[in-house]
Ligand binder design. Structure first.
Ligand SMILES: [Zn+2]
Length: 175
């Protein structure tokens, strides 16, 4: 069973001793993220490996969670699985950050210790879609349920989905 993670970590020290952190953080602990969710249930599974790439101290790993986002079509909960690969270069200055290899994101460390959940929260916030939506046509489903005349609803389903028309326009425009 995965344990709770420390609140503060010393990333450079962990990189020197090739440390690793595995555990879970309750979603409700992540205040900025929780504000964007329909419900802050569940937890984030965190696996981080510290080390060095040449002289560069780094954190690599994975974050996994299921977040209850608000579907921008029907405004109901859409369970959004997140599996995010972490690849951070630990830097102390902006200059160092600018010199990082392209596939690294900077983790700017100004003090010895940093708040672990803030790193995780920042990473998760980056992965959130701007317009989360159900994969199925949730608006049509909603119409079917509220519409008492099911025949009319079935007849409407023959209409072309406006998004597929848009997609066609886009394709012809590009070719
Ligand atoms: Zn929806």
């Amino acid at each position: 069973m995965l344990s709770r993670l420390p609140e503060y970590i010393d990333p450079l020290h962990l990189a020197d001793k090739r440390g690793e952190l595995k555990g879970q953080i309750p979603v409700s602990d992540l205040d900025r993220l929780s504000d964007l969710l329909m419900a802050d249930t569940g937890s984030v599974t965190v696996m981080l490996f510290f080390g060095r790439d040449g002289r560069l101290p780094k954190i690599e790993g994975e974050i996994e969670a299921e977040l209850n986002l608000c579907c921008q079509n029907c405004l109901q909960t859409v369970v959004w699985p997140v599996k995010h690969t972490v690849k951070l270069g630990i830097v102390k200055t902006i200059e160092q950050a600018n010199r990082l290899p392209d596939d690294f994101e900077p983790l700017l460390v100004e003090k010895d210790t940093v708040c672990l959940k803030e790193i995780i929260e920042d990473e998760l916030l980056l992965t959130l879609p701007t317009y989360p939506k159900h994969q199925h046509n949730c608006l049509a489903l909603h119409t079917d349920i509220t519409n008492t005349d099911t025949k009319a609803a079935t007849g409407q389903s023959h209409k072309k989905n406006p998004f597929s028309i848009l997609a066609n326009l886009k394709n012809t425009g590009e070719s």
